[in-house]
Design a protein around this ligand. Structure first.
Ligand SMILES: *Cc1c(COP(=O)(O)O)cnc(C)c1O
Length: 410
């Protein structure tokens, strides 16, 4: 009986980052036995003699609380070096500093708005070119490499249309063309997908989202497998000062303690909600990699352990008015940017998260006026569905009432 239990436990350990694994990687304080990681809120460390210290000299270069988080992150993403940043964008910014003028980036077309802004409005003026392609199409990816391509930038699943790209195949293409592959793993989380195991060189997170998990901080992360690449990024992090403070590092560690449980519940709820939305009359299409109707469903099944907690959908009435009404009527889904927290959120990407992406580019990738993104939290699944039901019903009533009014006016 016990053996049977152990067998299933280890078997599932292989498949997912379990709570057991994550909790096992969080150390007990060797000095005091404190079970919670101490917060070393200090700028500097007193030295015994010039250059003789206990491993730390200044908190930008290294801080024990941040170092603990960085070790946990490295293990969680199957890497050797973990780095914690002041934000997800600070992490991306540090990766871009590996490049020099004349280098090119091959990037996923349906990219996070802030990454797009950093690539085009900041780095292009330093002579770095970005080539956006539909990375779900491997032939397009293969054709897009040039002699200057040094970095492939992927998000999978993407924000907000949840496109899934074949990480393993793209890693091979990148390497045979002399480029590094960096995967923004924010949407999947390491519980659902481990890009380094699929061949990526760098994995990046906005730790603001699932890793922190409580919508109470801004943070970012990078993990590499190659120690030399890890050392280069650590050098750039220290040189630019893009570090996460001790208290926020501690908050992320605390968030990680429940990561597996949160993600399992969010994946289960999101799948049920996506199925519910797909059969609803007021909805034109649902974007969720766990639906068989999703164009990349097979890739998602192959490379992910779950389908994540984000769902996007387009209303049949594809207007900002209809979307606005819907967003006003939800009660459990709060209208806000961000995702990955315990409270469910909803947003209108074209006006909010993707405002910095030109409108034509948004429309090209399907992010229209009636395109809504949901982040599924930890409320009961049936309560979340009931909330969507009443908001969609209200939409029908209101639209019907408007039509009636305008008919009466005739
Ligand atoms: C939020 C987000 C980022 C940016 O992270 P910040 O922590 O907000 O700087 C990058 N990529 C994705 C996919 C995100 O959702």
């Amino acid at each position: 009986m016990f053996n049977q239990f152990l067998f299933t436990l280890f078997n599932s350990t292989k498949e997912m980052s379990t709570s057991t694994q994550i909790l096992g990687s969080i150390p007990v304080d060797p000095l005091t036995g404190a079970i919670s990681v101490p917060i070393y809120q200090t700028a500097t460390f007193v030295q015994e003699a010039p250059g003789i210290n206990k491993g730390y000299d200044y908190s930008r270069s290294g801080n024990p609380t941040r170092a603990t988080l960085e070790t946990i992150l490295a293990q969680l993403e199957s890497g050797t070096t973990g780095l914690a940043f002041a934000s997800g964008l600070a992490a991306i910014d540090t990766v871009l500093k590996l490049l020099k003028s004349g280098d090119e980036i091959l990037a996923v077309d349906d990219i996070y708005g802030g990454a797009y802004r950093l690539f085009t409005k900041v780095y292009e003026k330093f002579g770095i070119k970005v080539n956006y392609v539909d990375t779900t199409d491997l032939e397009q990816v293969a054709r897009a490499f040039t002699a200057g391509t040094r970095l492939v930038w992927l998000e999978s699943p993407t924000n907000p249309t949840l496109k899934v790209s074949d990480i393993k195949a793209i890693a091979q293409l990148a390497h045979s063309n002399g480029a590094l592959l960096c995967v923004d793993n924010t949407f999947a989380s390491p519980v659902v997908q481990k890009p380094l195991e699929l061949g990526a060189d760098i994995v990046m997170h906005s730790a603001t989202k699932y890793l922190g998990g409580h919508s109470d901080l801004i943070a970012g992360a990078l993990v590499t497998r190659d120690e030399e690449l890890g050392a280069q990024l650590k050098f750039l992090q220290n040189a630019g000062g893009n570090i996460l403070g001790p208290f926020d590092s501690w908050l992320i560690i605390r968030g990680l303690e429940t990561l597996t449980l949160r993600i399992k519940q969010q994946c289960a709820s999101a799948l049920a909600i996506a199925q519910y939305l797909e059969q609803h009359d007021a909805i034109e299409s649902v974007y969720y990699p766990g639906l068989e109707s999703h164009p990349n469903y097979e890739t998602a099944c192959r490379q992910q352990k779950g389908f994540g907690g984000i769902i996007s959908f387009r209303l049949k009435e594809d207007t900002q008015e209809a979307a606005g009404l819907f967003l006003k009527q939800t009660r459990l889904f709060h209208l806000a940017e961000s995702l990955g927290g315990v409270k469910s959120l909803c947003c209108l990407p074209c006006e909010m998260t993707h405002k910095s992406v030109p409108r034509e580019k948004c429309l090209e990738t399907g992010v229209t006026d009636g395109f809504i993104r949901l982040s599924v939290g930890l409320e009961e699944t049936e309560d979340l569905i009931a909330d969507l039901e009443q908001a969609l019903q209200g939409l029908n009533h209101t639209v019907a009432a408007v039509v009636e009014e305008s008919l009466a006016a005739c």
